[in-house]
Design a protein around this ligand. Structure first.
Ligand SMILES: [Cu+2]
Length: 308
């Protein structure tokens, strides 16, 4: 995508060079942290998925120069009118109105600008829509006010991911209000499908570094996906005003190597086989005497119709 549209990109960037350049150098001041917001940063978080990088390209190299050029052009026109055609500089204004060629031009040029934007925009939308065959699926459920994660493929039942308390976050040297008690863990370089739903009100599962945001609507399962190509910890947050603790239900995703992921899955497996026999052997004293009492009566009831 980047090389093909290099010409347009170079032109658009040159048009708005001054203003955009100023912002870019400002953003260069703050060394962007990967996967979390950075103080004094003005542009988007660095992307760790191809789609997010395309989205950043679309914003920084297509939309932003166009918007900047239009804004400066309109500002220039306003200043020109104010200076050149005020009452003192232009005491007797012209009386004509309407100019057909000009009206055609100022209709066609905006249409062409929108067509250029639409080409890039639809390309990106289709890329988001076309999920490759996923390696695995996770289910993210929004609750007031925390997230629950379930791994149907790995048979890991839902676990709760709460905000990590401030003292614990400070002790662990992780960002408070972004770190969680139990992150979502996924393997690197694998397509992960995320099924998103809400249990009570509408929440939204958003992860800026992945370029992912998906509404969590009760009674509905929405689907999104990501493929992260960099090991690390990435933070997001609920993006739909969902109640008083909306700001305190962060999202933490740990992207790990396949080996680390397999080890994590093994550690998460419920210890059911080990517990089940113990329960059976512990119960006879309590439950066995109760069963013979009820069993004969049901047998009688069943056999009664047979005598007719
Ligand atoms: Cu929420």
């Amino acid at each position: 995508m980047q090389s093909r549209f290099h010409g347009i990109r170079a032109l658009a960037t040159r048009i708005a060079a001054g203003f955009v350049g100023a912002l870019w150098s400002a953003s260069a001041f703050a060394d962007d942290l990967i996967g979390q917001p950075t103080d004094k940063s003005v542009m988007m978080q660095p992307g760790v998925t191809p789609l997010k990088r395309d989205a950043i390209f679309f914003h920084n190299d297509i939309l932003f120069p166009i918007i900047t050029a239009i804004t400066l052009f309109v500002l220039g026109l306003l200043l020109w009118i104010v200076v050149r055609y005020n009452k003192r500089a232009n005491p007797t204004p012209a009386k004509w109105s309407h100019n057909t060629p000009l009206e055609i031009v100022w209709t066609l040029i905006p249409v062409l600008i929108l067509v250029v934007i639409a080409v890039f925009s639809f390309k990106l939308l289709f890329a988001y829509h076309d999920m490759p065959k996923p390696y695995m699926t996770v289910k993210a459920t929004g609750y007031q006010w925390y997230w629950g994660y379930e791994y149907p493929d790995q048979k890991i039942p839902e676990f709760v991911s709460n905000i990590l308390p401030e003292a614990k976050a400070k002790a662990a040297n992780v960002p408070y209000r972004l770190a969680t008690t139990a992150p979502l863990v996924v393997p690197v370089n694998k397509t992960v499908q995320v099924l998103v739903t809400g249990a009570d009100v509408i929440h939204s599962w958003a992860l800026p570094a992945f370029g992912v945001i998906m509404d969590a609507v009760p009674g509905r399962v929405n689907s999104t996906w990501f493929k992260v190509d960099r090991i690390g910890t990435y933070y997001g947050s609920c993006r739909e005003l969902c109640g008083v603790e909306h700001a305190f239900m962060p999202i933490e995703v740990k992207v790990v190597s396949q080996a680390d992921f397999d080890a994590w899955v093994a550690s998460k497996k419920p210890a059911a086989p080990a517990v089940a026999p113990a329960v059976v052997s512990a119960t006879p004293a309590a439950s066995v005497p109760a069963k013979p009492v009820t069993a004969p009566s049901t047998k009688l009831a069943l056999s009664a119709p047979a005598t007719h």
